[in-house]
Design a binder for this molecule. Structure first.
Ligand SMILES: Nc1ncnc2c1ncn2[C@@H]1O[C@H](COP(=O)(O)OP(=O)(O)OP(=O)(O)O)[C@@H](O)[C@H]1O
Length: 287
């Protein structure tokens, strides 16, 4: 399978009921297999941008290409549908869209709509449940009898079952407790390791530091920069202008670097503790 590159050229979008453009002049390339975090203040255009990539809306100007499919203002419905074959979109609070009487039926809905035969649908449902760590016994249960974290897994399995090359997740950990958050992030990292392109909308800078290889900053419908987390977190002006902050570990490392301590620009709290422990003890780290 050849994974698709995503390319936006001078893309603009205006909602029909609004005078202001939601997006203006967006140029962006998302490499196949990359992990891109999309950040920016409320209303900066993140959801609109991913809705375009998923073919839910068409650009009002410019062009968008996913793999071999290119769409512009004149795109037909079938062109948008072809885009969607590559892309899976996990909306915010996706569990609110669960509707079927069993977990298996809910997950099967997307593949059935793609016109797959029943055997292929059944196999895809099983595979998706395994991928998100849902035990087989839950297949015949009502999704509404599950925990919040499990319901979210069912919703994500419904998207995964369609086997998208590109997975977009809009604040997937919102409202989850610490344990479910960690489990879900591990799962997303696994999907990435398997070769999928991940686009993650997040307000959590820890997630950017830990997982992303590209971070796209949006502000008032414009793309400010597409850069690496290390460059973003090194740039005081860029952070301040876009109301972004460094995660705690990155902030501590940044301040220590300013005092001459040699530390990486992007690291997690665990990594920071590992680096600092031997220095604070005055000797090598012991287990
Ligand atoms: N359905 C809509 N109709 C009209 N305007 C909309 C619609 N959806 C979004 N907008 C407007 O488009 C702009 C971009 O909104 P968008 O939802 O893409 O931002 P966002 O960065 O995803 O915000 P958030 O972080 O709050 O989800 C905002 O000015 C918003 O008010």
């Amino acid at each position: 399978m050849v994974m698709p590159e995503i390319k936006l050229s001078d893309v603009a979008f205006a909602y029909s009921n609004s005078k202001r453009s939601a997006l203006t002049g967006v140029n962006l390339t998302i490499a196949a297999g990359s992990f891109t975090a999309l950040v920016g203040h409320t209303g900066s255009g993140k959801s609109t941008l991913v809705s375009l990539i998923d073919g839910l809306i068409r650009p009002t100007a410019g062009q968008l290409t996913v793999g071999t499919v290119t769409v512009g203002p004149a795109a037909r419905r079938q062109d948008l549908a072809r885009l969607r074959q590559h892309v899976g979109f996990v909306f915010q609070f996706p569990e609110q869209q669960l509707f079927a009487e069993t977990v298996a039926k809910d997950i099967a809905f997307g593949p059935e709509n793609l016109g797959w035969d029943p055997d292929r649908v059944a196999a895809a449902v099983q595979q998706a449940m395994a991928a998100v760590g849902l035990p087989k016994e839950l297949a015949s249960r009502s999704p509404f009898m599950l925990s919040g974290g499990q319901m979210r897994r069912v919703a994500i399995a419904g998207v995964l079952a369609m086997q998208p090359d590109v997975l977009i997740l809009d604040e997937p950990t919102a409202g989850l407790d610490a344990r479910s958050t960690a489990q879900l992030l591990d799962l997303i990292a696994k999907f990435h390791r398997e070769g999928r392109t991940i686009i993650l909308i997040t307000h959590q800078m820890e997630q950017v530091a830990r997982y992303a290889d590209q971070v796209v900053v949006m502000n008032h419908g414009r793309l400010v920069t597409a850069t690496t987390p290390a460059r973003l977190f090194a740039d005081d002006q860029l952070l301040a202008a876009n109301q972004l902050t460094r995660p705690a570990a990155v902030q501590i490392a940044h301040q220590l670097r300013g005092r001459g301590v040699d530390l990486p620009a992007v690291l997690t709290l665990d990594q920071l503790a590992t680096v600092l422990a031997p220095r604070l003890k005055g000797g090598p780290a012991s287990d």
